[in-house]
Design a protein around this ligand. Structure first.
Ligand code: AGP
Length: 608
């Protein structure tokens, strides 16, 4: 999962490209690089580490064009050598690539037999070495011949020293947008159109098999049969806001504090008190069609799958419709037996997660209708879904997703309420549910106001290297999410586990150095949780409990209790999740971890 950016035009290509890469660092930040043409030569600069490392060693200037890259390593360790751009041995062609070339080993072996020497471990260098082999003066043709040989997924941008006026671009199952302004003779390309510097661009997205020859302000596009094709363009309202920490130490802490506001935005104006009905703006699926669905299948990855699990429970509990949430990276290889009477919901903050996109396409092949719940306009998932409900949570910078997750749960709660109304739930019952949902922003505020207490608890538990996070009912998924947050940002081994499962094996690990974080905010399973905690206590593990005010019994068993504002069992995941986010944040702070850009991760996972 990398980011690529390119520019051709009268402005300073280097500066434009650097500005584009800065916004693309959410796609990968273990190395960056830029290449361009100057006086008939390819010049380039690439460096391991963040963009700031590249800037510190930047030697380039006076470029006629520029292509750039932010990397998340898939093939080859993190090093200057493996950073992009990659060049052929004669330095006549440079390439930046997002994706994975699956047959790179065999192609590399053939080239080595032909005497080609490689300077990196990457799959990408194989592609550019092949382009040099096939180049006979026409860069487009060389690119097309090589793409016919490679297997895998890719978005690429290519320049040649003899063609300073053009950039060749192509994409297959990886996003690549081209933005043209014939008036200013400018051309941009990027993995994410939201990184384009203006909304006055004619934008198109490259599809599999298409190759674009981009010049200043114009582009020709060819299909797999090398025939020129017409590409319709669109003007997109781009939503880029300069990310600011607004005085917080980290984007993560800022985004955690945004949640009272973002949960409110996710529900605001979407419930009609008078009718007790839910209405989503410009919603593309009619009520009668929604009411006819027999089943709902939710597909997502990582944290979004946790929100999906809670959403599936809401759909079954409120709308009485069979619902399940499947992890997309597994679902895409299983015969899911999806039928057209199944509504498929895909959940993705970024809208670019490769496994979720593949699962979406699998469901489409099964003739299912796709509803996307997403936070990023113009992303691949929003463009391929039949209907979209936006989170309206604003740009989420921190890799560790927080505000997007609670907004996903809020939207799923509203959608379940919508389905419930269509399946007979009374307006009064809907109003009752919404009245509790409306309290959530204020209750999240109460949790944020208790940070000093939570920080003390986090400092106490920051010395442990292993944790169990346990819960029952909706608190089980919350425990999975809590464990994921701690893993993501503090590199601590945290295992989410259904409380009832401990005695079926995990108990073997329990000891005084292995704290158990217990989510006890569901009244329905309170007694069962208390007996599970008694079993844990009997085996000497420290217990930190998250419990609603008034559930005093917990205090008898737990070593530490963080009290949550009481709410319904269905809605308890909101405040419990925010408390778990803060626990992870303050433990990571104690352990001096790189909180906003944790190692080995990236904000958007665009490869399998
Ligand atoms: C969550 O904190 C992680 N960043 C990760 O698990 C994330 O939820 C997952 O990669 C899915 O991303 P998406 O919502 O953008 O599809």
């Amino acid at each position: 999962m990398c980011g690529i950016f390119g520019y051709l035009g009268p402005k300073n290509p280097l500066q434009i490209c650097l500005a584009g890469l800065e916004q693309l660092e959410y796609r990968g930040y273990d190395s960056t690089g830029i290449a361009g043409i100057r006086n008939g030569q390819i010049v380039f600069c690439k460096k391991a580490g963040k963009l700031s490392n590249l800037l510190a060693s930047m030697t380039l200037n006076n470029l006629e064009s520029a292509i750039g890259h932010t990397r998340w390593a898939t093939h080859g360790q993190i090093s200057d050598q493996n950073a992009h751009p990659h060049l052929d041995s004669l330095h006549s062609i440079a390439i930046v690539h997002n994706g994975i070339i699956e047959n790179h080993h065999s192609l590399r072996a053939r080239l080595i037999e032909e005497g080609v020497t490689f300077s990196s471990e990457t799959d990408t260098e194989v592609v550019v070495q092949l382009m040099a082999k096939y180049y006979q003066g026409d860069l487009k043709s060389a690119v097309q011949q090589v793409l016919a040989l490679v297997q895998g997924i890719y978005a690429i941008a290519v320049v040649h020293k003899d063609h300073p006026d053009q950039i060749i671009a192509a994409a297959k199952e990886c996003p690549l947008a081209v933005g043209l302004d014939p008036m200013t003779h400018e051309s941009f390309l990027s993995s994410d159109p939201n990184t384009f510097p203006s909304s006055n661009l004619d934008i198109f997205f490259l599809k599999a098999g298409e190759v674009a020859v981009i010049r200043k302000g114009v582009a020709e596009v060819y299909n797999a049969e090398q025939q020129p094709i017409y590409k319709s363009t669109e003007r997109l309202q781009l939503h880029y806001t300069e990310p600011s920490k607004e005085g917080f130490d980290h984007f993560l802490l800022k985004e955690i504090h945004e949640q009272p506001h973002t949960v409110l935005k996710a529900i605001l104006g979407r419930f009609q008190e008078l009718t007790g009905n839910v209405e989503f703006e410009s919603f593309q699926i009619k009520d009668e069609e929604l009411a006819a669905y027999q089943r709902v299948c939710i597909l997502a990855c990582g944290g979004s799958a946790h929100a999906g699990s809670i959403g599936a429970a809401y759909l079954e509990e409120l709308a009485k419709i069979p619902a399940q949430c499947e992890i997309a990276s597994e679902a895409r290889y299983r015969s899911m037996l999806l039928t057209p009477d199944t509504l498929v919901i895909v959940i993705s903050q970024s809208g670019e997660t490769a496994d979720t996109i593949a699962a979406l396409r699998m469901a489409k092949e099964a003739r299912c209708k796709i509803l996307a719940i997403c936070n990023v306009p113009h992303s691949t998932i929003t463009r391929e879904a039949d209907a979209v409900i936006y989170l309206k949570a604003g740009t989420e910078i921190s890799v560790c997703s927080t505000k997007a997750l609670t907004s996903q749960i809020a939207v799923l709660a509203l959608f379940a309420l919508h389905m419930a109304r269509l399946r007979g739930l009374s307006a009064d019952a809907a109003r009752e549910f919404f009245r509790h949902l409306q309290q959530i922003p204020k209750q999240i505020h109460q949790v944020l106001n208790a940070i000093p207490q939570l920080r003390k608890i986090a400092e106490k538990y920051s010395r442990y290297d292993h944790f169990f996070f346990i819960g029952r009912l909706y608190m089980y998924t919350t425990s999975l999410e809590g464990a994921l947050k701690l893993k993501e940002i503090s590199y601590v081994n945290a295992n989410g586990c259904p409380a009832g499962e401990l005695k079926h094996g995990p108990f073997a690990l329990i000891n005084s150095d292995f704290p158990v974080v217990a989510f006890c905010a569901n009244q329905q399973t309170k007694d069962k949780m208390l007996s599970n905690l008694a079993e844990v206590k009997a085996r000497g593990a420290p217990i930190l409990a998250f419990a609603p005010l008034g559930m005093e019994d917990v205090e008898i068993i737990a070593n530490d209790v963080f009290w949550l504002p009481p709410t319904t069992d269905l809605l308890a995941p909101f405040t419990a999740t925010v408390a778990a986010q803060l626990l992870a944040y303050y433990i990571a702070l104690e352990r001096q971890c790189n909180i906003d850009q944790p190692r080995n991760l990236a904000k958007s996972v665009t490869v399998e």
